[in-house]
Design a protein around this ligand. Structure first.
Ligand code: HEM
Length: 404
């Protein structure tokens, strides 16, 4: 039973929760808690420890934008969704994703220049070429094809390799490691091995670039006096993982959402000017960072009359925030013409996604090109047979068999 006052649930739901029947919607438990207990509620993590769940748009945005909520996973109270991960974090040197300012700002500043809109806009012809070539290859192989393997994954993977200066020929190695890193069923020991393999790979590459500098992002990082080789390698790992898993899953799941909403796909085909807004709407509607964005309170903070105490863990549930009717009317509908710009799919505040201009450009080009070039695109298996990434930290589909 759940009472209708913020923060009071008699039997707190477990996090993470199961998905319901609609694979595009957040777990029904969260939506139910949001409706009955309000946008701030208490939930239980895997070990029974309590955590605040912020399901409303305003509340999640508030916490993400307020420096009294820390992203430092080494602090006591920081919420972990799986066993062994806290100990693992304590053994690992963090990157700015899990740091607070000023350390966060220092590392982020090392990279911002490569992700500003102007730089990304200049990459559009190269991205278009990568997209066209991947599609040419898929079409040449003939349908049915797995869109994930042949299109959604190679495109962002090739782009981030190009930007970072990582040889794409090694993609099987780093994609395998990143699967282990993001798998919810991997043990902490397996995650640690994958992490170490990626770190050594990037450290070796960074060492080579130090001896033979090039103009790639990593090549420019390793020649700086204020960046150690280890730091450059760790940033390389972060960008490599964040740079392709997320966009790949948005491309594949976004394609599936459009195939299930053929009128929306048709609108995009007939009016290409809608693509920018459509990508924002798909980001909102699908919210692939589905486990929430974790924070811990540094001091007592009151949100909407609920007192969150220093040391309390908080999960900003951006998936339900992006379906908050107070901000998005008819939120359960995919509407490519909607103004979805205020979604929280890229987070909010100082940690708001660094790669968002790149992700946007890749998604706009990949989805528009796919729709234009393959007007007969359709699923090659019944919808019910699609396997979803409920077992991974980044949501999406494991495969997407299509034909055209
Ligand atoms: C941060 C989502 C693509 C690099 C974040 C955060 C979210 C997110 C929710 C905030 C995490 C937090 O506050 O704790 C996404 C989604 C993407 C995407 C949905 C694609 C659709 C990318 C790409 C890159 C990237 C393409 C790099 C090439 C990063 C980095 C951070 C970040 C470095 C940490 C920023 C910081 O802590 O200041 N992303 N991301 N992301 N993302 Fe992305």
């Amino acid at each position: 039973m759940t009472s209708a006052v913020n923060g009071t649930t008699d039997s707190p739901p477990a996090v993470p929760a199961d998905r319901g029947t609609c694979p595009f919607a957040p777990p029904p438990t969260y939506e139910q808690v949001h409706r009955t207990a309000g946008p701030i509620s208490r939930v239980s993590l895997w070990d029974g420890s309590p955590c605040w769940l912020l399901t409303g748009h305003r509340q999640a945005r508030f916490a993400l934008g307020d420096r009294r909520f820390s992203a430092d996973a080494r602090l006591p109270g920081f919420p972990f969704l799986l066993p062994g991960r806290r100990e693992l974090v304590l053994r690992t040197t963090p990157t700015f994703l899990r740091m607070d300012d000023p350390a966060h700002a220092r590392q982020r500043r090392l990279l911002t220049g490569d992700f500003i809109i102007k730089r990304v806009e200049a990459m559009r012809p190269q991205i278009q070429q990568i997209v066209d070539q991947a599609l040419d290859r898929m079409v040449a192989h003939g349908g049915p094809a797995d869109l994930v393997r042949e299109y959604a994954l190679p495109v962002p993977s090739l782009v981030i390799c190009l930007l970072l200066g990582v040889p794409y020929r090694d993609h099987e190695f780093f994609q395998e490691q990143s699967q282990a890193l993001l798998s919810l069923s991997a043990t902490a020991a397996e995650v640690e091995v994958a992490q170490q393999q990626l770190n050594s790979y990037l450290a070796e590459l960074a060492g080579r670039k130090q001896r033979e500098p090039d103009d790639s992002l990593l090549g420019r990082l390793v020649v700086r006096d204020d960046v150690t080789l280890e730091e450059a390698a760790a940033l390389g790992v972060l960008l490599l993982i964040a740079g392709h898993e997320t966009t790949a899953n948005m491309t594949a799941l976004g394609t599936l959402a459009l195939l299930r909403n053929p009128q929306q796909a048709e609108r995009l085909r007939s009016d290409p000017s809608l693509i920018k807004g459509a990508v924002e709407e798909l980001l909102r509607y699908l919210t692939i960072v589905h486990l929430g964005v974790p924070r811990v309170a540094l001091e007592d903070v009151e949100i909407d009359g609920t007192l969150i105490r220093a040391g309390d863990g908080v999960l900003c549930m951006v998936s339900t925030a992006n379906r908050d009717e107070a901000v998005f009317t008819g939120a359960e509908r995919l509407d490519v013409a909607r103004d979805a710009r205020h979604h929280l799919a890229f987070g909010f505040g100082i940690h708001q996604c660094l790669g968002q201009p790149l992700a946007r450009a890749e998604l706009q080009i990949a989805l528009q090109t796919l729709l234009d070039r393959l007007p007969g695109l359709r699923l090659a298996v019944p919808f019910e047979e699609i396997r979803y990434r409920t077992d991974m930290a980044v949501y999406g589909v494991h495969e997407l068999p299509v034909t055209w």
